[in-house]
Design a protein. Structure first.
Length: 258
């Protein structure tokens, strides 16, 4: 998996993440996140609270790429937000096309914009832990550091959402380790990879982003986009073209397998 730009703009927020923080108790889990059905249709149902769980159930430790959307299913994944400028625009495009996505959120971003985290959940999308500070070299760091990055982000996202836990863990730049995968899986977060790198992080132009999807979607179902980390106008424009095109090609939209 490609690594995207090192720490980048996340270096400005890493100071907020210092210290290992105890996990906050989960007070509620919404059906749209936790029913496990994963189908696009099921995820569109109205979210409603269910009984709180004392601990998340362990999930598979291997890195997921497959879709629960069937043999022609694709997974739209959106990384690095939420962002007050770009996340609402991405949400609008997804809504207009009737598509559910998985948002891989940076902990400090979720903490800073809880209204957007709640909006993502309310629209039927799923949450993914993308660490506290998006350190793409974390696979070379200590287990204590990896734990802090994953668990603190899980707490930040869960608190920002009002109690909805992330169901996946995506290592920044694909910097997974056996330890981080096991830790995430023990917290009910399936390690999440990707098959199609749209290169939108590099801002190559909307046409180039669309071309990446069209040429690489046969590589596998999980497609990587970004809604933060800089100007994401090209991503928004590309999504407006890509989502209808995928439908025209007979693809359906699902969530990554759990």
């Amino acid at each position: 998996m490609a690594r995207h730009g090192g720490r980048g703009w996340y270096g400005r927020v890493i100071a907020a993440a210092v210290g290992v923080t105890a996990m906050a108790a989960v007070t509620s889990v919404w059906t749209a996140q936790a029913d496990g059905s994963g189908s696009a249709a099921g995820a569109g149902a109205s979210a409603s609270p269910s009984a709180p769980a004392s601990a998340p159930a362990r999930v598979a430790v291997d890195i997921a790429h497959a879709s629960d959307g069937g043999p022609r299913g694709v997974n739209i994944t959106i990384d690095d937000g939420p962002d007050p400028v770009w996340t609402p625009q991405v949400l609008d495009v997804l809504r207009e096309n009737g598509v559910k996505a998985t948002f891989c959120m940076v902990g400090t971003q979720a903490q800073a914009h809880p209204d957007l985290v709640k909006a993502v959940v309310a629209a039927g999308h799923r949450l993914c832990d993308h660490t506290v500070s998006h350190d793409t070299s974390m696979d070379a760091k200590s287990q204590a550091y990896q734990s802090q990055q994953i668990l603190d982000a899980e707490r930040m996202i869960t608190e920002a959402s009002g109690g909805v836990r992330p169901l996946y863990y995506r290592a920044p730049g694909g910097a997974f380790t056996p330890y981080s995968r096991n830790l995430a899986a023990s917290r009910g977060m399936r390690p999440l990879g990707w098959n199609v790198d749209t290169k939108d992080f590099e801002r190559p132009g909307a046409a180039a982003i669309v071309a990446h999807v069209k040429s690489e979607v046969t590589n596998g179902p999980t497609i990587l986009f970004h809604d933060a980390g800089g100007d994401r106008s090209q991503t928004v424009t590309a999504l407006r073209e890509v989502l209808p095109w995928l439908k025209q090609q007979g693809y359906s939209f699902g969530f990554p397998v759990r």
